[in-house]
Design a binder for this molecule. Structure first.
Ligand code: AHR
Length: 499
C-alpha cells in the first residue's frame, strides 16, 4: 500500500496555537487528591504538590489547564476552597458521588499552575449558581485590591491578582446529566448575561460558551445556533467535547476517530459562521475543544456508583494501550489541521482520571501510552500548520464508511526552516509506504524519525513496566532529491522532522 504527501510552505493553514496543548484538572476521582496534591508524599513540596507529577506535566508540554470542572463545577461553591484549610467545609459532590474536602481550592491551584508553568482556564458554575457568584469569583481573581473579594484574596496570601484571562461559562449545559441542565435558550441567555457582566468588571477576558457535549447529542447543531444567537457579541469561543473508545473490538473505526472530530469541528464552525452571517457580525467565533480524549465511557456507565460518599475514589482510571495512543495522536492531527478555527484545546484530563499521567498514592508516577504522542506533538509542532494534500488508499470502516489509511498534517517553523510531519497509519494489518515531496521546503534532510507502534496493539504501560510502550526510532527513512521515503507500520503514529 502506498501513500503520498506534499510539504510546501505555501499550503499554510494557520499558526500553531500553543493553547492547543492544554489539559484539564477536575475535582474528580484522584485527579486532584493523590494526583497533583498529596501532602506527605516523598516528592511533595511545601504546599503538598507532588513534584514528580509537576515534572511530568512540564515534560508533557502542557500549556493551559482547565479547572475545576467538568461536571463538578456545576455544583461547586468556589468560596469553599479559599481561606484557612482547617475552616473549609466538607461537601457532597453530586456529580461524582464523592465527598469534596476542599483541601485544594483556587489559590492552591493557582500556585500549582505557576509551578507547572501553565496558563489557567477557569470555569464558572452556571448549574446551581449564576451572575453574582461568577462576578465575585472574577473580582477575587483579577482585581488588584480595595474591594471585598480582592482584599480577601490578598489576606489569603495572594498579593498579586491571579489575572485569569480565559473563562468557561459553565460546563456541558446541554447534557441531561449536568446539575442545572438547561435548554439552549435558557443557557444562552444566562451565559450572555453572565459574560456581559464579567466584561463590565474586566474587559480583557476571553469567554467560552458551552457547545455540545458530543456530536451525537440530539441537540447538536441546533444547540450551538441558539446559544450563539444569544451570546455572539459576548463570547470568543464555543466549546466542543468529544470522547472516543473502541466498541466491540472494532479497531478500524476506533483508529479513524479523527473523522468524527473533523466532522464535529467543521459542523460547529459552519454553524457559528451562519449565525455570524444572520447577525451581520464582524468577528468570528473560534472553537475551544476543551474536552477530548480516549475514554472507555461505556465501562464507567456500566459500573456501580460508589456506595457511600468517598473522598477521591479511583474513578475513570482508564489504562491506555498502544492503539489508544495511536488514536489520540490522530485526534491531535485533526486539531492541528483545524488550527484556523480551533485555537484552544484541553486533553481531558491530566492525572489519573482518563489521563496521560498516572500515580500510585504514596508511590510512583508514570507515563501512560497516550503521554507520548501528546508530548512529542507539543514539543515539535512549531511555527505554522501546513496542509499536506494526502493521497492515500482507503479502507472500509463500520462507523465512518470509507476512510483514508493515512492521516497526516505538518508544521513548519519559518525561522529555523525546520518542518515536522505527523502521520498515522490506520491500517490494522499492513504497513504503508509513504513518499513525501519535500521540494517546496528546499534542501532539507530527515533529522529525526520516531514511531509509536509495536507487535501488540493492546500493550499497556504499568507502574512496574512504565516503558513497555514508548517512542522508538522509525528506521529506514531515506531522502533523495526532494523525495523522502518511509514505511509506516500498521497501527502507528509517526513523526518525521526535516531540517
Ligand atoms: O472529563 C470527564 C467528564 O466528562 C467531565 O466532568 C464532563 O464535563 C464530561 O462529561
Amino acid at each position: 500500500q502506498q501513500a503520498h504527501v506534499t510539504l510546501d510552505p505555501a499550503f499554510r493553514i494557520a499558526p500553531v496555537h500553543r493553547r492547543t496543548f492544554g489539559t484539564f484538572v477536575e475535582h474528580l476521582g484522584r485527579c486532584v487528591y493523590t494526583g497533583i496534591h498529596e501532602p506527605g508524599h516523598a516528592t511533595a513540596d511545601e504546599d503538598g504538590f507532588r513534584r514528580d507529577v509537576l515534572e511530568l506535566t512540564r515534560e508533557l508540554g502542557v500549556t493551559t489547564v482547565r479547572y475545576p470542572g467538568g461536571n463538578f463545577v456545576s455544583g461547586y461553591r468556589w468560596e469553599d476552597g479559599i481561606g484557612p484549610v482547617e475552616n473549609r467545609p466538607r461537601r457532597l459532590d453530586l456529580a461524582w458521588h464523592s465527598t469534596e474536602p476542599n483541601h485544594v481550592g483556587l489559590d492552591e491551584f493557582m500556585r500549582w499552575a505557576r509551578r507547572a508553568g501553565v496558563e489557567p482556564m477557569m470555569a464558572v458554575n452556571l448549574g446551581t449558581r449564576g451572575i453574582q457568584e461568577a462576578l465575585d469569583l472574577l473580582e477575587y481573581c483579577n482585581l488588584e485590591s480595595g474591594t471585598h473579594w480582592s482584599d480577601l484574596r490578598r489576606a489569603n496570601g495572594a498579593k498579586e491578582p491571579h489575572a485569569i484571562r480565559m473563562w468557561c461559562l459553565g460546563n456541558e449545559m446541554d447534557g441531561p446529566w449536568q446539575i442545572g441542565h438547561k435548554t439552549a435558550r435558557e443557557y444562552g441567555r444566562l451565559a450572555a448575561e453572565t459574560g456581559r457582566a464579567m466584561r463590565m468588571l474586566d474587559r480583557d477576558l476571553e469567554l467560552v460558551a458551552c457547545g455540545s457535549s458530543g456530536s451525537s447529542m440530539p441537540t447538536f447543531g441546533a444547540w450551538e445556533a441558539t446559544v450563539l444567537e444569544e451570546t455572539y457579541d459576548v463570547v470568543d469561543y464555543v466549546s466542543c467535547h468529544a470522547y472516543y473508545e473502541e466498541h466491540d473490538g472494532d479497531l478500524a473505526s476506533f483508529l479513524a476517530s479523527a473523522v468524527d472530530m473533523d466532522h464535529f469541528v467543521e459542523s460547529v464552525v459552519a454553524t457559528a459562521d451562519s449565525v455570524r452571517a444572520r447577525l451581520g457580525a464582524k468577528k468570528r467565533i473560534n472553537v475551544s475543544f476543551d474536552e477530548w480524549n480516549v475514554w472507555y465511557m461505556s465501562r464507567f456507565q456500566n459500573a456501580e456508583p460508589p456506595a457511600d460518599w468517598p473522598v477521591a475514589p479511583p474513578l475513570l482510571e482508564d489504562h491506555y494501550h498502544l492503539a489508544d495512543a495511536v488514536t489520540l495522536g490522530g485526534l491531535l492531527i485533526s486539531l492541528l489541521r483545524h488550527s484556523d478555527r480551533v485555537t484552544a484545546a484541553s486533553l481531558a484530563q491530566l492525572v489519573n482520571v482518563i489521563a496521560p499521567i498516572m500515580t500510585e498514592p504514596g508511590g510512583r508516577a508514570w507515563r501512560q501510552t497516550t503521554f507520548h504522542p501528546f508530548a512529542l506533538t507539543a514539543a515539535h509542532a512549531r511555527g505554522d500548520v501546513l496542509r499536506v494534500e494526502p493521497v492515500s488508499p482507503v479502507h472500509e470502516t463500520a462507523r465512518y464508511g470509507e476512510v483514508p489509511l493515512l492521516d497526516a498534517v505538518a508544521t513548519r517553523d519559518a525561522e529555523t526552516g525546520e518542518a515536522v510531519l505527523f502521520a498515522v497509519n490506520r491500517s490494522t494489518s499492513e504497513p504503508l509506504e509513504l513518499t513525501v515531496d519535500s521540494r517546496g521546503l528546499g534542501a532539507v534532510v530527515p533529522t529525526a524519525a520516531i514511531t509509536l507502534s509495536g507487535p501488540d496493539v493492546y500493550a499497556r504501560n504499568t507502574a512496574d513496566d512504565p516503558d513497555r510502550v514508548a517512542p522508538r526510532p522509525l528506521t529506514g527513512v531515506t531522502a533523495d532529491g526532494g523525495t523522502l521515503r518511509a514505511v509506516l507500520p500498521a497501527v502507528s503514529w509517526n513523526m518525521i522532522r526535516l531540517s
